[in-house]
Ligand binder design. Structure first.
Ligand SMILES: [Zn+2]
Length: 948
């Protein structure tokens, strides 16, 4: 035994109660108009074999969990003699413990006795989405089709996870104990009633009420107990299962819009048999229902045999189903809940600290099946997984020093009071869990992993007792005769952070090459802050012929030397590993480029390489000159004639990231204009900017080709436009684009290009007339501007990524209008900021000014900086006087101005007079922030100088 979980600062009943429930018989009486349910329960109490010490003593006292229950009677019945032994009880509202006492020793028969309790349970009324749906809850609703105007339909349902069963019946509300349940409900006869199992008997009473008794459940935890009753509509079907050969009835219940749930029923019908096959274990129940509810705080709950889901998630009109994303997300949700029927319900985790694993496993396996069937064919290499899931998780773990190992995190959350499922659910551990499972699947292979999981789930003891995830991996490992599996799992759940693998190529005297891999923890804290223990990293090495290296699969030591191999192209193929790779030899970039030239490198791999390089650049600890070398090699290759960059190319994603880095460099290059930057600037222009510009086929307008062009391609085009903003070809193109952007025709300029078109326009703007024209476009009241907005909205297919409203137009203009290099217009811009100081995002104007302030030549530059400095110092006292509502604007303005002014002692001295200002802004610390930013820029420029 090693249950370490602590609930409410107390030890678990499972550990120190002399008796524990082994079976519950619950009777509830549901009245549509009552806020209480008259109830009774018979609990089979059995000796707790985990508590050896007290076994010999006479039992007179024991405890149960109970919350908001009004107990009326408690007694023990000897079923042979029918003798009743009355109990006294005491409730502690702080600990939710119910202590039951007997004056005489409680008689056991075959190590158990029958406890009876009569009580009232509370029914919560739910009126809005803010009301929490825990315990028993009730809501009134009106059907859309209803002719009456009264919400006279009733839905009653339950939610027990993590520990709300104790508000429905007295119990031991801990996942480490599994019992069977039998429920009887008395309801108005017109109610549909649903619970974990099928109906055993129904009795209609004369009073117009029906008593429904459900079949006894398999062993399960209190958290997945549930029922629903009320005015439901339903659709049903049945499915023959492949292993048991049983026909399982399937049903979807909804208060309304039942026609829109057909897709849900179809999906259940398709995937339930697939899961039975996957586990080679029969579906544990005799039916499965999905119950859609108008309110549900946790959105979805996998009650055993009765999944409940917030209604609008699965009532899908045809137009929603036509959208691939929506359809796939719904399938994900449904199959996830189906996986739980086996893992999470039939198999139970003994403590809430493992909730992350329960959830990761369900999502992982759902994705495996959806990929196999082709419903979500490329999920693991999709944006949804790689960008929105994997990278966000890794970046989070790197940038957030408080992210602890999964084990520590889970224990921390267990030490505070558990109120809602979200208290024990850690989104980061969940996300990382999916990545760990995915890596494991690829490393040991689908079939072997499946075999291990099948052995585990078919072992009866894993059903009768709650388990730990580690138990599973130990057993899977021993089935497959591999100790690595348990070690792998332990490594990833114990070690926080993300590993970085450095790859170097070494050549010996005989010209034999070998690859040297070194791993460390990728982090930004102090050196000695965290132990640098090697991880168990699945490498996913890609060979030149497109196969994966099966000899070097798992990397568990500090270093690994790979000899006698010549064909390594890259690591972390398809981005499936949870680690970063730093390639540190030219040879490595050469083989990547060779694959590129042969059009054999896949888009995901290019993207992954670029993402890693991007995270090293500007990072004092990890940036190396070789990263720039590699980046330029790859970009030059992408420019070469062998590579086609058109609508069919898979390289836009990666190029997009690469050009992000170049944009960063382009900006710094201007900051350090005087620090021998000419060479860098010339090289970038001649080797990157112009070749990419020439490689793109710039259309007159986009109205004809728009459908075929991806967002990533458009974003790359936008970046290339930006980088070439001083080039005649682009200036001319953008003149046309700018006019079309403002005047149409419809659909001719994609929204992705708007910002860069404005940059080019503003960079080359020379007259006051042009400036005023842009300022006028920001006038929300003008009719012609409303047309422009309408026109831009029509240009956008991707409303998720770009929210197009008037503020979008304003922001774009504010961000770009400062790009003018005309002195007179810059003065105008500064004045404009001051005159409109309270208006939203007005400080954006400084972004362009910052870009250009250092870019001018010699004297003019000095003069510019001087006038910005003066402008700031003159106006700052007035802004401070305006008060708190300007605090953030002042902070933002200061940060940019400090970067522009860049390390001038006289300026810092002037700032000291704002010490103790009424807004409490610490200008000096902002100054150091700006300086730190400049220092990281310096680092980039220094390394760049080494390679160019
Ligand atoms: Zn789940």
């Amino acid at each position: 035994m090693s249950v370490q979980a602590i609930t409410n600062g107390m030890s678990l009943l499972t550990l120190d109660n002399p008796v524990l429930p082994s079976h519950y018989e619950i009777k509830l009486n549901l009245e549509p108009n009552s806020v209480t349910a008259k109830s009774s329960i018979k609990i089979t109490m059995s000796k707790n074999d985990k508590m050896v010490a007290s076994a010999k003593e006479d039992l007179k006292q024991f405890r149960l969990h109970s919350k908001d229950l009004k107990i009326a009677n408690a007694f023990i019945v000897d079923e042979d003699s029918n003798k009743k032994l009355l109990l006294k009880w005491k409730e502690d509202v702080n600990t939710n413990l119910l202590t039951l006492n007997s004056e005489e020793a409680i008689p056991f028969k075959d190590n158990h006795f029958f406890l009876h309790i009569e009580y009232d349970a509370t029914v919560k009324i739910i009126k809005t989405h803010e009301d929490k749906t825990y315990g028993i809850f009730k809501t009134n609703f009106m059907k859309q089709s209803s002719e009456s105007s009264i919400a006279d339909n009733v839905i009653i349902s339950t939610h027990c996870q993590p520990s709300y069963a104790k508000t429905i019946f007295p119990c031991v509300d801990e996942p480490s104990i599994k019992t069977s349940f039998q429920l009887t409900l008395e309801t108005p006869s017109q109610f549909k009633t649903i619970s974990n199992t099928g109906i055993k008997s129904e009795e209609k009473l004369k009073s117009g009420r029906t008593v429904t008794t459900f079949k006894t459940t398999p062993l399960m935890s209190t958290s997945v107990f549930g029922f629903a009753a009320g005015d439901f509509d339903f659709i049903k079907s049945e499915v023959e299962m492949p292993i048991s050969k049983k026909k399982i009835p399937l049903c979807v219940y909804a208060p309304d819009n039942i026609d829109f749930t057909v897709f849900t029923l179809d999906t259940i019908q398709k995937y339930l048999p697939l899961l039975e096959n996957y586990f080679n274990k029969e579906y544990p129940l005799d039916k499965l229902d999905f119950v859609l509810l108008p309110f549900l705080s946790d959105m979805a709950m996998e009650n055993f045999g009765m999944v409940s889901i917030l209604m609008n998630h699965l009532t899908l009109p045809p137009q929603a189903l036509a959208n691939d994303n929506i359809r796939e997300q719904c399938q994900q949700l449904i199959v996830h809940e189906l996986v739980h029927q086996w893992f999470g319900n039939f198999i139970t985790y003994e403590s809430w600290e493992y909730l992350w694993f329960n959830e990761s496993f369900a999502t992982w396996l759902a994705s495996v099946l959806l990929t196999e069937t082709g419903d979500s064919p490329s999920y693991w290499t999709s944006n949804a997984y790689l960008q929105q899931h994997m990278y966000i998780t890794m970046e989070n773990e790197i940038s957030n020093p408080s992210i602890l190992s999964i084990i520590e995190q889970s224990k921390r959350s267990m030490n505070s009071e558990i109120i809602e499922t979200s208290d024990v659910f850690n989104a980061h551990s969940y996300a990382k869990g999916i990545a760990i499972l995915r890596s494991l699947q690829l490393t040991i292979g689908d079939e072997l992993l499946k075999k291990g999981i099948q052995t585990f789930i078919n072992d009866e003891k894993n059903h009768t007792h709650s388990i730990k995830p580690m138990d599973m991996w130990t057993q899977v490992g021993s089935t497959l005769k591999s100790a690595n599996i348990a070690n792998y799992f332990a490594s990833w759940s114990r070690l926080q952070g993300v590993p970085i693998v450095h790859v170097e190529v070494e050549t010996d005297g005989n010209n034999e090459i070998s690859y040297k891999l070194t791993q460390h923890r990728y982090y930004h804290g102090e050196q000695d802050e965290i132990e640098d223990i090697p991880y168990h990293i699945p490498l996913f090495i890609l060979n030149e012929d497109g196969s994966e290296d099966r000899n070097n699969v798992l990397f568990t030591d500090r270093t690994l030397i790979i000899n006698g191999k010549k064909d390594l192209v890259l690591l972390n193929h398809n981005g499936q590993g949870y680690y970063k790779v730093s390639y540190e030899s030219e040879t490595l970039y050469d083989s990547i480029c060779k694959q590129l030239l042969a059009n054999k490198l896949n888009g995901v791999d290019l993207f992954t390489i670029m993402k890693d390089i991007k995270s090293f650049i500007g990072d004092e600890k990890y940036q190396k000159p070789i990263h720039f070398d590699g980046l330029f090699k790859i970009l030059r290759t992408l420019c070469s004639p062998e590579i086609q960059l058109d609508e069919t190319s898979v390289y836009w994603y990666g190029l997009n990231v690469g050009l992000d880095i170049i944009q960063k460099i382009d900006r710094y290059e201007r900051t350090f204009k005087n620090v021998s930057m000419d060479k860098i600037s010339q090289t970038l222009t001649s080797e990157i900017f112009i070749p990419f510009m020439n490689k793109i086929d710039w259309p007159k307008d986009f109205s004809k080709i728009k459908e075929n062009v991806s967002t990533e391609q458009l974003e790359c085009m936008s970046q290339i436009m930006f980088l070439n903003r001083q080039h005649g070809t682009i200036i001319k193109k953008c003149d046309t684009y700018f006019q079309k952007m403002l005047n149409g025709p419809k659909q001719c300029i994609p929204i992705e290009l708007v910002n860069s078109i404005l940059t080019v326009y503003c960079s080359n703007m020379t007259s006051l007339k042009q400036w005023k024209k842009l300022i006028n476009v920001m006038d929300e009241t003008s009719e012609s501007n409303k047309e422009i907005l309408q026109h831009l909205i029509e240009n956008s297919d991707n409303l998720n990524k770009y929210e197009i409203n008037f503020q979008f137009i304003k922001n774009s203009i504010l961000e770009n209008i400062g790009f003018t290099s005309k002195e007179e217009l810059m003065e105008r811009n500064l004045r404009y900021i001051n005159e409109h100081i309270g208006s939203m995002n007005i400080e954006y104007i400084l972004i362009g000014i910052n870009y250009n302030s250092n870019g001018g030549d010699g004297d003019a530059n000095e003069k510019n900086i001087k006038s910005i400095e003066e402008w700031y110092l003159t106006n700052l006292p007035n802004w401070i006087k305006i008060g708190m509502k300007l605090k953030n604007t002042i902070k933002n303005i200061s940060l940019i101005v400090f970067q522009i002014v860049n390390n001038k002692k006289s300026f810092v001295d002037k700032l000291t007079r704002f010490k103790g200002n009424s807004l409490g802004i610490d200008f000096i610390s902002y100054y150091s922030l700006a300086t730190a930013e400049i220092n990281s820029q310096k680092l980039i420029i220094e390394d760049l100088n080494k390679v160019l």
